[in-house]
Design a protein around this ligand. Sequence first.
Ligand code: NAD
Ligand code: APR
Length: 235
Amino acid sequence: MAAIRNIVILTGAGVSAESGLETFRAADGLWENHRVEDVATPEAFARDPELVQRFYDMRRTAIMQAQPNPAHAALARLDAAWPGALLLVTQNIDDLHERAGATRVLHMHGEGLSAWCTACDARIGWSRSLLDEPPCPSCGATALRPDIVWFGEMPYRMDDIFDALREADLFVSIGTSGAVYPAAGFVRQARECGARTLELNLEASQGSAWFHETRLGPASALVPQWVEEILVTRS
Ligand code: NAD
Ligand code: APR
């Protein structure tokens, strides 16, 4: 295998499934029990802010009750063993990668434990409910919303992600259905820039054809196994 200097890893809801956090498009997933149009769009928030705040209160509580699983731990081990090589781009709004010890984590869809003040644009660590419309700690306005990228909004830090994909020697996708863009297009961008591409997922995804290799199974088994392999090749 050619020298690997830069690794970009994309994670989706599947990496946190074994920590007890619901995925979106599974049979009993979030989008089976909630309509995107009701809880995950700016129009929904304008129409019924209480419903949206309750949805994210529920997700915030679930995040705080969850613990990192062996997949999160293995990625943190990789990060520690290979300083500066790994960028972890996650579509997830939980903080399990960070709690497992990963250092370079980029939340492209925002963070469940953060609030965004639409008056002063501050982003504030937030673990309580927003239902009672608390004032922004920075400017005092009652203008806090979940710090989440909703359908129709632009994901965060896309320039940084595209730069990393251009430089990637290895692109690994873990626990995502490949249903939602722009994340679903990252594998093609990485491959066209020369990266080797690997998918670790419970089942084939919508992007599986773009990967040099796909391994199917639970992330808690596949990710530690792959991390051990890649660290052996490095040493
Ligand atoms: P998109 O066109 O990127 O995504 C459309 C996809 O969203 C569809 O393929 C489908 O998989 C899913 N979807 C749309 N409506 C749905 C529904 N009613 N039920 C179930 N699934 C549904 O969407 P977009 O508007 O271009 O999104 C822009 C960005 O916002 C994307 O990166 C997206 O991932 C992100 N986003 C984040 C959240 C969140 O909760 N963090 C929710 C929605 C979108
Ligand atoms: N191990 C590995 N993969 C798993 C596991 C597991 N234990 N459990 C589920 N998966 C896989 C499923 O097979 C599926 O392919 O994880 C994927 C989860 O897909 P989705 O539910 O669509 O979640 P995700 O791909 O993260 O959704 C992308 O859509 O609604 C938006 O913003 C939201 O970030 C989300 C984005």
